[in-house]
Every structure is written in structure tokens, then in C-alpha cells.
Design a protein. Structure first.
Length: 242
């Protein structure tokens, strides 16, 4: 893709859906679909970075995915291990900062160590931030932010009158990251699935029938063109924003 991202887009978030169906359509085990999903993730990180997007947040394991068969969970954990082991060096060199959002409780020790390593070794990078939502749920995020605010109030650090949108938002896992202007979901499903519940309140949603392993620069470009065609009103009327 040659042109730069529209100026207004700093943050894109993606529900990478359809790995299983992609594999099934081709008679492959689901694992193959997930592996191709990792390749699509690599392409997307590079494409976003190249066009000047600052933040990319990807949903790679939801708090609901624990309900999947043990074999599938183990495959998804395996992929995260593989991704960090294979890509960390390149991500570091390419100026990518890796951040992991989600609940860390209940994750295997080696995964925790790997996530920490990825975060620590890339924390000096500032060119591009890749947020990996792992063991993530938007409602869990809101609950943990509430707990954190209540704990502050109990310590006398904040009064209830000081709790506004900004104070609340700063307790969320994405903290000071700007809210995503564009949210993408692949595979023809029209659901939010507990992703970016707070942060997506005014995002433009772009749904595509493409299955995640097929997602590429062209698909990203279509999402950006779609965004460019939308008038973002934030509750105002058209004349006010024009
Ligand atoms: C949805 O496909 C995809 C997931 C649950 C996992 C997404 C993970 C990756 C793309 C790769 C791993 C990423 C990292 C950062 C290691 P699905 O299995 O729900 O597909 P289906 O709905 O067609 O069955």
C-alpha cells in the first residue's frame, strides 16, 4: 500500500476471527489455521507500522476461550510461545513496543515469563505499539478498573467526586493509549465479543467476510478507505462536525 494512513487514525484494533473456518475449508487441522493467523498478524503489524499507525491492538485469546477444548487452548498458548520466540528479536529491531493486556492470573508460569520478557525487552521502543490482548475480556477490564479505583478511594487517594471518564480510563489496561478510531472484525461475524467495550464506544466498526489468515494489506486498505468515508459525529449533528 503506497499512501499513508488518514491523519486521524492513530490506533486500530482487530478481532482476528476465522482461523478455524479457514483451516476447515481446506481440510487442515485448526492448528494450521492459527499458524496462518500468525503470518497474517506479522503482515498486519508491518503494514500498520509502515503507514504511520501508532497502536495496533489484537485480540488473540479471550477470557471466554478457556471454554474451548484443552487441546485447542494448548495450541493457542503454543502459538503465543512461538510468536514471541520467533519474532521478538525482529520486533525489537523494528522499533515495536509489545504490551500485553488481559488477566495474568491463571496463565502458565512460562507464558507469564515470556510475556514479561517481550514487554521488558521492547519497553524503550516508541515507534509503534503492539498490544496483544491475551486472556482478555472488556468486562474484566472494567471490573479491574473499578477495583483499582475503589482501592484508591479506600486509601484516601481519590474522592468519588474525582471519578470521571478520564480517571476511570486511566485505570483500564490500555491506560493512556488513545481509543481506537477503527475496530476491525474478520470472518463475517457482526459481534463485539467483549472486545474494547469501553474504548470502542465511538470507534468505527469495519466488518469483513475475509477470514483472518487471508487478511492482508488490501483488506487493511479497504478498512481505512471505509473509515475515511465515515463522518464521526460523537453524538453531535452533522452540521456541528462539518
Ligand atoms: C479466532 O479464530 C482466532 C483466535 C481465537 C486466536 C487468534 C490468534 C492468532 C491469530 C494467532 C496468535 C496470535 C498471537 C499474538 C500469538 P477461531 O479459532 O475462532 O476461528 P473460527 O471461528 O473460524 O473457528
Amino acid at each position: 500500500m503506497s499512501e499513508a494512513a488518514p491523519r486521524a487514525i492513530r490506533h486500530i484494533a482487530i478481532i482476528m476471527d476465522g482461523n478455524g473456518r479457514w483451516a476447515k475449508q481446506r481440510g487442515f487441522p485448526r492448528q494450521v489455521g492459527h499458524e496462518r493467523g500468525v503470518e497474517a498478524l506479522r503482515r498486519t503489524v508491518e503494514a500498520c507500522r509502515d503507514i504511520g499507525i501508532e497502536y495496533l491492538t489484537v485480540f488473540s485469546f479471550s477470557s471466554e476461550n478457556w471454554k474451548r477444548p484443552a487441546e485447542e487452548i494448548s495450541a493457542l498458548f503454543g502459538l503465543l510461545r512461538l510468536y514471541v520466540r520467533q519474532d521478538l528479536k525482529r520486533l525489537k529491531e523494528d522499533g515495536v513496543r509489545v504490551q500485553v493486556i488481559g488477566n495474568r492470573e491463571g496463565l502458565p508460569e512460562d507464558i507469564l515469563a515470556l510475556l514479561l520478557k517481550a514487554e521488558t525487552e521492547t519497553q524503550q521502543n516508541s515507534r509503534f505499539v503492539l498490544n496483544i490482548a491475551f486472556n482478555y475480556g472488556g468486562r474484566d477490564d472494567i471490573v479491574q478498573a473499578c477495583r483499582s479505583l475503589v482501592a484508591k478511594a479506600e486509601r484516601g487517594e481519590i474522592a468519588s467526586s474525582q471519578i470521571d471518564h478520564q480517571a476511570f480510563e486511566s485505570e483500564l489496561w490500555l491506560g493512556d493509549t488513545p481509543n481506537p478510531e477503527v475496530l476491525i472484525r474478520t470472518s463475517g461475524e457482526y459481534r463485539i465479543s467483549n472486545f474494547m467495550v469501553w474504548q470502542g464506544a465511538y470507534s468505527e466498526w469495519y466488518f469483513t467476510d475475509a477470514l483472518w489468515p487471508d487478511f492482508d494489506e488490501e483488506e487493511l486498505h479497504r478498512a481505512l478507505v471505509y473509515f475515511g468515508s465515515r463522518e464521526r459525529r460523537f453524538g453531535l449533528v452533522s452540521e456541528q462536525v462539518g
